[in-house]
Ligand binder design. Structure first.
Ligand SMILES: [Cu+2]
Length: 366
């Protein structure tokens, strides 16, 4: 199901890619409004797809978007050191003893996010943004037998899916000239994602229990979150670049806990050999705090049940491809693909490490 979605989107993008390029070949790129030709739509006119609220729109303009993101995590680490399931169940203390050590280890997690966005600019200095999402999560585990030792009892998988949190933002122009643009981001995340998801687990003594899933398998933060930020972007000829800081600050708590605050900083560089196509690279730093407080319903001998086993520092490197349709039915449509790999992960572990992130997107402005 997960892979099928991804394949369909990849194939669709490849087909559209061929169309856009075929279209382009018939053109002399001598666009200008004077001789009746259409003005080119720049594929790098927006920043990388995974950076949120990185562009604004002119007064009266709308934009609709759909992004699909697939994230894959496998294996565990403590700090920057990779650790095995056997190491975890013989060395890491259980926050909820007995038993004294952890007895269940997550080994693999996949997350799919379907993001539906809308943007509207009531004025040149203000763009409004809405983003809703649907999420699918899946986590594989190994359960070790009894209270100690490294004998495996079995494996199990938990899943959760549904609506995630909803983001509403205002983007405010600070300054703009031919080369440089700067704006402020002011958003709020509404707790529309479920925090009561349940599924069945395999316990160390062999029971199959239906429990409230740990924090990382829930679909929302449970709290209203403030999302302040600042974005800069620049452009000369075929080269564009930019940088952004976005924070996520939880307001109050929910069911006795709040997820850690997040600081994200990213910078990008993109090259557009012709308006219909551009390639980009991006570096993204993320710092996330531990969970504050505890949900009294979650007390299992597994790292994901421990609020202190969340957050850390990560740096991801991304590569992106951006296409902008110029003519016919494709005009105004943008297609983007961005692939990210972690180059640094220092986690409050044991915690699962990220392998890769793929984001495919469609945007249409009118
Ligand atoms: Cu937009």
């Amino acid at each position: 199901m997960f892979l099928d979605n991804k394949k369909i989107i990849c194939v669709a993008i490849l087909l559209l890619n061929i169309n856009v390029l075929a279209d382009e070949n018939h053109n002399n790129i001598g666009f200008s409004m004077d001789n009746g030709e259409l003005k080119p739509i720049n594929s790098n006119g927006h920043g990388p797809i995974d950076a949120m609220g990185e562009h604004m729109h002119k007064e009266g303009k709308w934009m609709a978007s759909y992004h699909f993101q697939h994230m894959s995590m496998e294996g565990n680490r403590i700090g920057t050191t990779e650790v095995s399931p056997e190491f975890i169940v013989t060395n890491v203390a259980n926050r909820f003893p007995p038993p004294a050590t952890l007895r269940v280890v997550p080994t693999k997690m996949t997350m799919n996010m379907h993001m539906f966005g809308a943007m509207y600019a009531p004025a040149d200095w203000l763009t409004l943004m809405f983003m809703g999402m649907y999420m699918e999560k899946s986590m594989d585990h190994i359960t070790f037998q009894g209270a100690s030792g490294t004998t495996r009892r079995g494996t199990f998988t938990t899943t959760s899916s549904g609506i995630g949190d909803t983001k509403i933002s205002g983007i405010f122009r600070i300054s703009e000239n031919n080369m440089h643009k700067m704006h402020l981001n002011a958003g709020i995340s509404l707790p529309t994602g479920d925090t009561d998801k349940r599924d069945t687990i395999l316990t160390p003594n062999g029971a199959r229990n239906n429990v409230v899933l740990p924090y990382s398998m829930q679909l929302g933060s449970g709290t209203f979150d403030l999302l302040p930020g600042i974005t800069y972007s620049g452009k000369i000829d075929k080269i564009s670049w930019g940088g952004q800081y976005i924070g996520t600050f939880r307001i109050g708590d929910h069911k006795g806990y709040s997820l850690g605050d997040i600081h994200e900083a990213t910078s990008w560089l993109s090259y557009q050999p012709q308006p219909s196509i551009s390639v980009s690279t991006r570096l993204a730093y993320k710092n996330e705090g531990k969970i504050d407080g505890i949900d009294g319903r979650i007390s299992l001998p597994v790292q994901t049940a421990d609020p202190d086993k969340y957050g850390g520092d990560t740096i991801n490197l991304y590569f992106g491809l951006n296409l902008a349709g110029q003519k016919g039915v494709l005009r105004g449509h943008r297609f983007t693909l961005e692939v990210g790999i972690p180059i640094h992960q220092d986690l409050n572990g044991p915690q699962m490490e990220t392998d890769y992130i793929i984001t495919a997107g469609w945007q249409f402005a009118w």
